[in-house]
Write a protein that binds this ligand. Structure first.
Ligand SMILES: Cc1cc2nc3c(=O)[nH]c(=O)nc-3n(C[C@H](O)[C@H](O)[C@H](O)COP(=O)(O)OP(=O)(O)OC[C@H]3O[C@@H](n4cnc5c(N)ncnc54)[C@H](O)[C@@H]3O)c2cc1C
Length: 425
């Protein structure tokens, strides 16, 4: 195995310059750990990535990945499926039926609890997996009680489509059968939630679909926020491609959702009510439920972690990455999940070797399609500040207002293809 330094490793991941990703020169792979037992819970984007990095960084024979499903359905790309620009089957990636994933033993089970004193993960197969370091990456769940009138049962009629799967298909079907001249309402929760620019990409691509097939229709976005990511860029693209088709209603203009009347397909805000032909409720979110069963969450519903190592501040030897952890100012995105996975893998190896973990260097680069062949993007670089004991933004940027959106769309598709290759090939 070729030894990788942490810096090489992070640079290989990000493709960014040295100044962006300063780290130590310590060689990780050359000092492999023989006896560290590592368990990863969750085979989504962050969990698969961390398993892959760990396998690459170490000669550890004892890494296990716990994931109950036979396949993963990717959320990136799902807005294209909703608007008929991509096939649903392209979202699906099967795990190997037996054996290992990326050289890591895969256990097909659901984690249902934790024995922190005995350092064991409890599985629904009535087995207990021992660990020296546990990495938990369960993604998000929804706060069903947060919106009156909207719960899991209602979501089978009024989709959220914020986890890819049947929900994605349901929303697509409803859009296809909506009358020309109909109204689509998308409701957006307050921060933090999975993929902050995702609702506006969704509105853009639905607008593209409506412009083509049902041009008298309209989209209303009811937003619990005062502003949104890449706002000026989205609004410029909407004006250019879909004039008058998308109306964004901010928090101040009565965008906050109070309750839903599912039978009448009506949403009620503080001062008014809106009837929809297609209603897409993106509910408020929290860490995947196993995180609270393991007592890794705080009152926010997310998992607080040490910013140096992603180790839980509530339970030692347990790390949390991906959407489930509290990682402000980083957004909850696939790109960030992968970057956290790289840093967490390096930190776990340091800790198992008895070394002081090196400061992390993280990156987000988030693309949004505004029509099939144009995209916009946003970048953020994050480092650990010892003074604040927190991550801070060290650089950020976005597509210029007159930037090359066609080139960005090509990069967006290449990024997704590369991510799929990295996770599932
Ligand atoms: C519409 C949409 C579009 C998006 N587009 C983009 C994009 O373009 N770019 C981008 O960067 N991000 C995008 N995202 C965000 C991205 O999908 C998430 O940030 C990412 O999936 C988070 O990864 P994760 O590993 O934390 O969670 P997930 O990918 O959801 O994985 C969680 C995994 O944990 C497993 N799990 C849960 N509980 C248990 C348990 N008890 N035991 C074992 N396993 C368990 C689940 O089965 C799942 O496989 C988008 C999101 C949406 C909704």
């Amino acid at each position: 195995m070729i030894p990788l330094t942490r810096r090489d490793f992070l640079l290989a991941l990000t493709g960014f310059g040295l100044s962006a990703c300063a780290g130590s020169h310590r060689s990780l792979a050359s000092r492999s750990v023989k006896n560290g037992r590592i368990v990863v819970v969750g085979g989504g984007i962050a969990g698969l990535a961390v398993a892959r990095y760990l396998a690459r960084l170490s000669a550890l024979p004892n890494i296990k990945l716990v994931e109950p499903n036979a396949y993963h359905l990717m959320c990136p790309g799902s807005n294209e499926v909703i608007s008929d620009l991509r096939k649903f089957r392209e979202l699906r990636h099967d795990y190997p039926a037996t054996g290992s994933v990326h050289g890591v033993e895969r256990i097909r089970a659901e984690a249902v609890g934790l024995n922190p004193q005995g350092r064991q993960v409890l599985l629904n197969t009535r087995t207990a997996l021992p660990y020296d370091r546990l990495i938990v990456a369960p993604g998000v769940d929804f706060r069903w009680k947060a919106v009156e009138g909207y719960d899991e049962a209602t979501s089978r009629i009024i989709p959220h489509a914020w986890k890819a799967g049947l929900q994605t298909l349901l929303l697509r079907r409803q859009l296809r059968s909506m009358p020309n001249g109909g109204v689509v309402i998308i409701t957006v929760p307050g921060n933090p939630y999975r993929c902050p620019p995702g609702p506006y990409e969704r509105a853009s691509l639905i607008a593209h679909f409506l412009k083509r097939y049902k041009p008298r229709s309209k989209i209303v976005i009811l937003d619990a926020k005062s502003q949104f990511p890449k706002q000026a860029l989205f609004e410029a693209a909407w004006k250019e491609h879909y004039p008058g088709l998308i109306e964004w209603v901010s928090l101040e203009k009565d965008g906050n959702l109070e309750r839903i009347d599912a039978e009448k397909l009506t949403v009620h805000t503080e001062f008014g009510s809106h009837r929809a032909d297609v209603l897409n409720i993106i509910p408020p979110q929290k860490a995947g439920r196993i995180a609270s069963w393991m007592e890794l969450t705080d009152e926010s519903g997310w998992c607080p972690v040490n910013p140096l190592t992603f180790e839980s501040t509530r339970i030692p030897n347990v790390h949390v990455i991906g959407d489930a952890c509290s990682a402000s100012p980083m957004p909850k995105s696939a790109f960030v999940g992968q970057s956290q996975a790289a840093n967490c893998a390096a930190a776990v190896m340091d800790l198992l070797q008895g070394n002081e973990p090196s400061p992390p260097a993280l990156i987000n680069h988030c693309y949004s399609l505004v029509c099939p062949d144009e995209a916009i993007s946003l970048t953020g670089l994050y480092e650990y500040s010892a003074r604040e004991n927190q991550w801070i933004v060290t650089a950020s940027g976005q597509t210029p207002i007159n930037g090359d959106r066609r080139a960005e769309a090509r990069y967006a598709r290449s990024w997704l293809e590369a991510l799929n290759q990295f996770l599932f090939a």
